[in-house]
Design a protein around this ligand. Sequence first.
Ligand SMILES: NC(=O)c1ccc[n+]([C@@H]2O[C@H](COP(=O)([O-])OP(=O)(O)OC[C@H]3O[C@@H](n4cnc5c(N)ncnc54)[C@H](O)[C@@H]3O)[C@@H](O)[C@H]2O)c1
Ligand SMILES: [Fe+2]
Length: 387
Amino acid sequence: MTQSPTANWNYPTAVKFGAGRIKELSQFCKDLGFKNPLLVTDPFLATQPMVADAVASLKAAGLGIAVFSDIKPNPVDSNIEAGLKVYRAGHHDSVIAFGGGSGLDAGKVIAFMAGQTRPMWDFEDIGDWWTRADPNGIAPVIAVPTTAGTGSEVGRAGVITQESTHTKKVIFHPGMMPKITICDPELTVGMPQKITVGTGMDALAHCLEAYCSPFYHPMGEGIAVEGIRLVKEALPRAFKNGHDLAARADMMSAAAMGATAFQKGLGAIHALSHPVGALHDTHHGMTNAVFMPYVLVFNRRAIETKIARLAAYIGLEPSFDAFLAWVLELRRELGVPHTLKEFGVGKENFATMSQMAPEDPTAGGNPIPLTEADALVLFEKAFSGEV
Ligand SMILES: NC(=O)c1ccc[n+]([C@@H]2O[C@H](COP(=O)([O-])OP(=O)(O)OC[C@H]3O[C@@H](n4cnc5c(N)ncnc54)[C@H](O)[C@@H]3O)[C@@H](O)[C@H]2O)c1
Ligand SMILES: [Fe+2]
């Protein structure tokens, strides 16, 4: 008898998608019963008109509001502790997580921790550790992404760096999913080209790794292939003209699709990238973009047929080589460094990072099991540029 598959599928939250929809923020707060939200963002965005406008509109609507922005790109545990102090001292009842992945993750984790009694690291995404959390202690969140990449706005996790071990860790709970997400592509038009590329390549990495992961999730797989097609059509346009709102909208969609799809799993791109981000403080998405072709070739024997099918769907010749050539050309067009060396990452931490990569929670989704020795070879290849 053949066995029929069993799986857990979770689909995103209420997504309010469209240019200008940030104007509905106060109404959404009221709909959810927020009276005194804490807006969590990063220090740069805190100085920008989009945050000032949001704060003004919330005040005008009679809501109590404060801003917490003392977070690093790749937020760290002490940022969460500081945010929690502000949240509790201000008697806030909810969080508006506003920003790129860093602001979104920090906001979501502060809201998650608001009413917990155990320390944050007790809720790392390991086994069923999330069941240790008190679901009644999780404050509700509205998410407002300002980059188009991480998809954290539709995700149930936050990535926080543990300062004592320099390790990026995932804090997970199903209740961390924002209640409402406002995907307003107008908020992304001011992204500098480098951030457009880095975040866009993160969306691509999410879709690609989800598609290649061996777990059973046909819906996730379908979302991933359309996400990849959107990146192919829209990322070069958003790169050339940041004000192309149609391209920005497609990228915002691809980002949310990537994070929806990666319930199916991620893989070695992320497993290699996380230690580099933790030890060298590089941009997450750009780091993924550097590793992408090396990991594709490493996985070739497991994914060749599948990638040929994907290549056909996105309008390429149906072969692994055509897909690889497209990835290499896209990186060139967008100015992604081809090697770790060009990216400014030296060899000094290769041994440590090769131990860390297979331990990263994303490594388990790679179609070929990633060993320490494999990771070292991949770091060396990405350094020398030998795809
Ligand atoms: N939760 C998840 O599922 C998930 C997935 C992938 C990555 N991440 C995490 O997300 C973080 C990276 O997020 P990111 O790539 O969005 O970058 P980011 O949030 O760190 O932002 C990068 C820079 O862009 C600026 N910026 C953001 N929006 C802007 C805008 N509209 N205009 C101009 N500048 C803008 C920020 O101020 C910052 O200086 C990492 O910590 C990564 O680990 C989380
Ligand atoms: Fe990512």
